[in-house]
Design a protein around this ligand. Sequence first.
Ligand code: GLU
Length: 501
Amino acid sequence: MNKEVRVRFAPSPTGPLHIGGLRTALFNYLFAKKHGGKFVLRIEDTDQSRYVEGAENYIKETLAWSNIPYDEGPEKGGNYGPYRQSERHNLYGQYAEQLIASGNAYYAFDTPETLDFYRKDHETKGKTFIYNWHNRLKLKNSLSLSPEEVQQRMQAGEAYVIRFKSPQDKQLLLKDIVRGEITIDTNILDDKILFKSDGMPTYHLANVVDDHLMEISHVIRGEEWLPSLALHHLLYEAFSWEKPVFAHLPLILKPTGKGKLSKRDGEKGGFPVFPLSWEDAVGYREAGYFPEAVVNFLAFLGWNPGTEQELFTMETLVTHFSLERVNKSGARFDPEKTNWYNHQWLQQKGNRELTQLFMPVLEGKGLIPSVITHEFVEKVISLIKERANFVKDFWELGSYFFVSPTTYAEKARKKQWKEDTADIMQQLTVVLQSIDDFSSISVETSIKNWIGEQEFSFGKVMPPLRLSVVGDLKGPHLFDIMALIGQQECLKRIRNAISVL
Ligand code: GLU
């Protein structure tokens, strides 16, 4: 690539970012970093009616949490600012006028009521109203009205918009890295509004003007923008500007594979669709996912490295990423797989870091940090982490390390606690008391030797012992658990089981 790579993520602050939006940001970032280019954040907030308070912050916080830093953007600055379209609004009018002057756009005076009337009228006839070459001369605009009337209307302060004059009878050849070549018949295009009566540009004009002014080399965005590509292509031609390279990322599909993944799917399936919580919707961050896992699974929604490797850090993604390996077809979202990724990333984390994260959970359970040492928690985590997907699973998997069992699994009790068990356990306490070095290996040796001497079967001793210590038949290597909770605690638990069971 000879030109400097400059890509942008251009969200509209209309609400929380869907994970699809975050994927768009990620793919832009990966592409920029791969090519030593720049990743720009541009806030597209020209549609005041859809503006939502807090949404811009949400976007920035999401990018920060996901470790996707931008090189230029609002507050951050850069040579192509401002990066918020509302702060650039004075800039767009001249470009709309330029298109009028070159005959590529026109003023239109049709009121929303009139247009609405046409729309409804068409609907009742089973047709769709399209404002374009086939009817524009019958509507109220600077192509159909005399220059004098246009002037008069403007001077009288009548509201007007500026529309793009889509060409008639032309075949457009659009290029997209992901989709290949697409041919479009311009006769199906409508004359989109570029500039609104409130003095603000529409998305199309502002987006194309800014991509040009910000010297964006590649436009990487979601497939929902593919229908806009023809107009954008025509705008570049009308301005005689060099076009960026386009890449439209495939849709993220529902777990069933049918239709676009929506907020409702998340509610139904009990999984997040937003990176961070928003109102009553729980986000990936709050649900306990690691940002590394989220980035990793998002990368695989529409892209693959072409190998078996599934675990990627941001750095390795940068190395392996290419737009050529982005799929055309929709990417089915699999909530199970997101948990698998979190599981994998949890295994990569050091026990010290996991302890930091788990400590607040323990405090929430009323366990006092001065009594429970970090060292102890780290050891617990080392024993149970391989079965955990989330930090919050540690409690479920290992609460018995912290509190002695008060109840015992019913089924296990029935099956494993026999008539002579209490007596055997009683004898075992004597054995345990005599152990000086209460390490896992010496506890194991002592118990096994004793079982051998007594000619007991393992099945007679081990399950009830586990039941006494853990309260259930689950958990890691029993001798590891015993060594960790200590001699006195083990004796206490066994005695308690004898009296309760
Ligand atoms: N503002 C558009 C959005 O919200 C940007 C689309 C584009 O990247 O061109 O997604």
